[in-house]
Design a protein around this ligand. Structure first.
Ligand code: ZN
Length: 217
């Protein structure tokens, strides 16, 4: 583990040694990610906004939206299968892309909402895709790790945004409850929680003013 500094803020790299296939040279994997809380909060805010346009946004829609926002990090399992971080099947690879977001959005909308109209299912697919896409967008704003393969399947290039204010999160519960974990929560609070809460409350305000308008009519 390496402690470092990024724009005056501390971070820690977790480095795992692996052996490269072929010549057997050692390779180092570095693991970073924002916390699942950040992805959950942004999915809730996005779903609240979608509810202004989409009819019947039930609790199950919120649940699946959250799953879509968190599921891209299931790709850390790739490490268990010896897949390198840099591989398109590795962490922050194809699951952190526009292509994957569209696929997962369509998958959940058409699997779980078969009884709804086609228009409604397409609306849900779009919502779930946006929630899934919010994940690599947040990852691309983190202070470390490898970039995300945002443009897969058209490009396997790993990208970051120019503005990267979100501190990367430690991997593992033990490390999470540390001084570093607390710093991560603070950075996510400013850059994810506050904007999400503002968006959620704004959508709630519109919703309430729409329903009072209807009551007046
Ligand atoms: Zn991720």
């Amino acid at each position: 583990m390496i402690k470092g500094d990024h724009k005056g803020r501390p971070y820690i790299l977790i480095i795992i040694e692996e052996t490269l296939p072929g010549d057997g040279r050692p390779n180092r994997k570095r693991l970073y990610m924002p916390t699942a809380f950040a992805h959950t909060v942004s999915a809730i805010a996005i779903t609240k906004v979608a509810g202004l346009k989409l009819p019947t946004v039930t609790w199950s829609v919120y649940l699946i939206a959250i799953i879509c926002a968190v599921i891209p990090d299931a790709d850390v399992l790739a490490f268990k299968f010896g897949i390198s971080y840099h591989d398109i099947l590795g962490h922050r690879g194809w699951t952190h892309s526009i292509g994957f977001s569209v696929l997962i959005g369509l998958f959940f909308a058409f699997l779980f909402y078969r009884k709804r109209s086609l228009r409604n299912r397409l609306g849900l697919a779009l919502l779930f895709a946006i929630c899934a896409l919010s994940h690599p967008i947040l990852d691309a704003m983190t202070s470390g790790g490898l970039g995300v393969a945002l443009y897969w399947p058209f490009s396997e290039e790993r990208i970051f945004f120019d503005h990267r204010p979100i501190l990367v999160s430690p991997i593992g519960i033990k490390r999470f409850f540390s001084a570093w974990g607390w710093k991560v929560m603070q950075s996510e609070f400013y850059y994810v929680w506050i904007p999400s809460i503002v968006v959620f409350l704004g959508a709630n305000f519109f919703e309430l003013s729409k329903s009072t308008d209807k009551e007046r009519v």
